[in-house]
Write a protein that binds this ligand. Structure first.
Ligand SMILES: Nc1nc2c(ncn2[C@@H]2O[C@H](COP(=O)(O)OP(=O)(O)OP(=O)(O)O)[C@@H](O)[C@H]2O)c(=O)[nH]1
Ligand SMILES: [Mg+2]
Ligand SMILES: [Zn+2]
Length: 361
């Protein structure tokens, strides 16, 4: 497989060049399951494991190779598998908070250029949820595109598109229909050769159906939606990078119903350009738009220039992020003071004594 088709470019080559003399080959992680990997490189795909050394250099799960990552792999002579010895610094990552696990981040996907944030044009459409997804995507350094699927089910599409545009923060809003393929050409155009897109959204919105349209087959399993509550049952239980014949790669994800943001300073500001714009007129530079005097955001709210739902959503996400930030500072402190411990859980191969290639760069 041509590496450029996998997203490899001059920038990655520069990052990777220190690893070439040591005999490592560049490859992209397309599947990950509890430290078992499948990677794709110039010679095709192969299973891979990770060196104990790299594992120890990554005390936090979020620092380990994830789907989308570019890694340096050492082929194992006489065997189909490889050993991951290096991880290249990420250009982007989409992360969320692991429920009930303190302040640990779960990496959804890395090194994607575009995130198709999918919602269905039916009763499940939810502007507030869309905002939350957009904050997560933007914080990770990924360009969001709002995809409104199931156009065939919508009687007043114009209204729903406007509702989505009102909260999309300038991200394009594309009405599409996986059932009839209507509008899916736009997704292809955005994707283009060498770029990687992830489909995210709650279960049943049609992520896998859209991918099947782009790929032109039925690679991704889909499930019938229960009529009673129009909630799809989870059909996708793995993630993989799938090449699209017209160029580019797509990554499917299982539906995320409830998720918490991981961190999102930049993401919040970028997802709410209306509020960021108004904030320039606040008396205090660090105004939180709560009870401060001279708040231009609240003034706009009172004069009707800002929708109450939009304001409440911003405040809610802001509070959630402040809470997270406190936990994250605490976690970073703990990680720094307890570096790195060997865990009895791990059954990892011994380091093969190769040269010093475990670093990010
Ligand atoms: N009417 C209509 N139904 C659609 C459309 N797209 C998908 N569906 C149906 O919606 C259901 C869910 O589709 P999936 O593609 O499995 O949804 P998903 O987002 O991948 O769901 P998870 O994998 O569970 O996260 C299936 O029954 C699809 O046939 C569409 O454009 N119109
Ligand atoms: Mg699916
Ligand atoms: Zn303010």
């Amino acid at each position: 497989m041509d590496l450029a088709e996998l997203g490899w470019d001059a920038g990655w080559e520069t990052l990777f060049s220190p690893h070439r003399p040591g005999g490592l080959e560049p490859a992209r992680v397309v599947h990950e399951d509890k430290l078992s990997y499948v990677v794709v490189g110039a010679t095709g795909d192969r299973p891979a494991i990770i060196t104990g050394r790299l594992r120890h250099l990554c005390p936090r799960d979020q620092d380990l190779p994830k789907v989308g990552d570019w890694v340096g792999v050492r082929p194992v002579p006489g065997e189909a598998k490889g050993v991951i010895e290096a991880l290249l610094a990420r250009r982007s990552q989409i992360a969320r908070k692991i429920t009930g696990r303190g302040s640990e981040a779960q990496i959804v996907v890395t090194n994607v250029d575009v995130a198709f944030v999918v919602q269905a044009m039916d009763a499940t459409f939810n502007a507030r949820r869309l905002e939350r997804f957009l904050v997560m995507v933007l914080e990770g350094g990924v360009k969001p595109v709002v995809v409104l699927n199931k156009l065939d089910l919508c009687k007043a599409p114009r209204r729903m598109i406007s509702e989505a545009e009102a909260v999309s923060g300038g991200a394009p809003v594309l009405p599409v229909c996986a059932k009839t393929a209507k509008g899916t050409g736009q997704l292809r155009e955005i994707l283009g050769p060498g770029s990687t897109a992830v489909f995210i959204g709650t279960s049943g919105v049609g992520k896998s159906s859209l991918i099947n349209r782009l790929v032109g087959g039925t690679l991704q399993p889909t499930l019938e939606v229960r009529d009673s509550d129009s909630k799809g049952r989870h059909a996708t239980t793995w993630r993989e990078i799938i090449p699209v014949p017209s160029g580019g790669l797509v990554i499917d994800t299982p539906g995320m119903r409830e998720f918490h943001l991981w961190s999102a300073d930049l993401g919040l500001d970028t997802a709410f350009p209306d509020i960021t714009g108004l904030a320039a007129g606040c008396r205090f530079r660090d105004c939180t738009h709560g009870a401060e005097p001279g708040c231009a955001v609240r003034a706009a709210l009172e004069s009707g220039g800002l929708a109450p739902g939009r304001y409440e959503s911003f405040r809610k996400l802001q509070a959630e992020l402040a809470e997270l930030e406190r936990g994250r500072v605490e976690q970073d402190r703990r990680v720094r003071s307890s570096r790195p411990k060997t865990s009895a859980r791990q059954t990892l191969p011994e380091d093969d004594g190769g040269d010093d290639v475990g670093d990010d760069e």
